[in-house]
Each structure stands twice: as structure tokens, then as C-alpha cells.
Design a binder for this molecule. Sequence first.
Ligand SMILES: [Zn+2]
Length: 340
Amino acid sequence: MVSSYKFIMGIDVGGTKIEGVLLALKKDPEFEIIERKRIPTLRKKGYSSVLTRITELIEGLVHQLPHKSRSLSGIGVGLPGTVDPESQLMLNGNTSLFVGQSLKYDLKKTLRNEALPILIENDANCFTLAETKMGAGLLYEKGVGIPWKEQISIGIILGTGVGGGLVHQGQIFRGRKGGGLEVGHGPLGSRLEGRPCFCGLRGCAETYLSGTALIEDFKRESHGLLPEGVDPGSFIFEQSEDKSSIFYKIVSNYKRNLSLFLVNLTNIFDPDYFVLGGGVSKQLSLYQGLEKDIIAKSFVPESSPKVYQHKLGDSAGVLGAAFLIKSLLDSNKNQAQQLL
Ligand SMILES: [Zn+2]
């Protein structure tokens, strides 16, 4: 291994798994993946246990570097919740384990490396950054001619919950306290009579569009009929081709809700495109007619965002987390050059 490279790391912490990637920064291509690892989160064991597991994952990835974590230029960590850009604390999220915990400082302590730059970020923001820079953004650039640094992109994760991120001119939009683009808790159903959400409101988009909601809808309508050992999303979508089935009704409702949700976002942000991630986004029939439907319902008919399936697969979140450190290094370099 060439030790003159700079090494950065991304960690993506989800409700069920934690993924880590070690990258070497180069010129062309920009980086090389040295190693990646995935472990179960085992969140029921509590914060201290998960902290130990993340520390072990990091130590496992850096074991081949000459000075272990001291060889790193930094670690970016994606968490499934709202992260305050200033305090770096997770303020809310459906994986409540991390709410209010100082993961950044706790990791510095457990790694015995106080000087190591660590940046904590919302996972959907990481996903959107990576897809804009390396995935859907490049496809859009090729098709429409607008470079990724000039695009307005919105990433939506349809997973355990519903997360959102927006990248404008190559930068993540966070809002004041990191609550920008918490679109899973925007209204889709009635605020008075819609489905109750863990956040205390009713009618949140997450209660209709998360993978969890899709499975609950299915269980309710089918009285619990779901074969063992199948991927629930794939099963429901495959069966929905029969128009007389209960699956068809569930998937049609889901698609109508997704379309209305994206129309709401189009009327607020007017993005170049949406890129969908998370378990439900794997279903290809989700995309049939979706762009046309959004154009037909948008307030400004000229707003015609494209809708892409994620291009980086499961890697987007963890790569996006690592890119946070690359952006930090680039901005430090630019500042140093301005001082010269
Ligand atoms: Zn909510």
C-alpha cells in the first residue's frame, strides 16, 4: 500500500446494519475502495454496545494502515435521524438509540484519537450527496447536460422510515438545525385524521410510504398472510400484477401516495430530479408512469423532474459519509490557497 495517499472512512449506521468503507484518495479516479465491511447493528443491546461495535468496525478497517486510525484524514458517519450541524448531536429519528448521544466525541474517546476529524450527518443527506456526485447526477448530466455541481437533486429513502436530502450546487441543504428535508414527517394524509406517527403528528408521509408501512398495509388487508422467508416488498409487488388481487390495491395506493408526495416536493423545491433509495425503491414497477404523473399534477407544468432509482445500490450512504471528509479536506485546501 502506498502510504503517501490520504485515507478517509465512511460509516453508515442503519437500524439493522452498520457499514464501513475505507478509501484512498487519488487523482484519477478520485478514490479507490481499500476495504468495506458490514456488521449487524444489534440496536436492542443499547448505545454503549453499538458504540463498541462501531469502534471495532473502524479498528478492523484501519488495521492494515501504518498508524491505524492516526493514518486517517477523517471519518464521516451517517445516522438515521436529524443531525444538528453545529453540535453534531442527533436530535430526532426513529432509531431513538442515538438521540442526544455525542457519538462524535465518544468515538474519539474509544479510538483514543482526540485529533481525528469526525463528521456526523443525516444518512439521507449522505445518500443524496453520493448519488448526485457519482450516481444519478452523472446520468442527469449525460442526458440533460447540467453538471452535477449545478443540479438541484432530492434523495428519498423509502426504508424503515422515510428520509430525504437535498443537494444544491454540490452542497447539502440542512436548514438551521439539520431539520431541512425531514420530508418523512411532512403531511401526506390528514393532520387531523391521518395515520398516527411516532413524532406525535398524524398523516406524516412516513406512515404511508415507508417499507414498514407497506408491510403493515399488506398484513392488515390480507389478515397476516405472508409466506416465510420471502422479501416482503418483492412479494407484494410481484403479486400485484394480478389486478383482481389485494396486492394490486395495496401497490396502487402506495404508488398514488408516492406520486402525490413527489408532487408536494416538486411544488416546494422544483428539483432537477429525485433519486429513490431504500428497500421499496428496488421495485421497478414503482417508476412506471411516475414522471408523467408528477408533471400532470405539478403546479408549474414546466417543472418536470426526473425520477431515478438509486445507481450506487447499497453503497450510496457509506460513500456519501466518506465524501463529507473529502469535502472538508477540499475546503481546507482552498482556504490554505487563499491565504497564500
Ligand atoms: Zn411524523
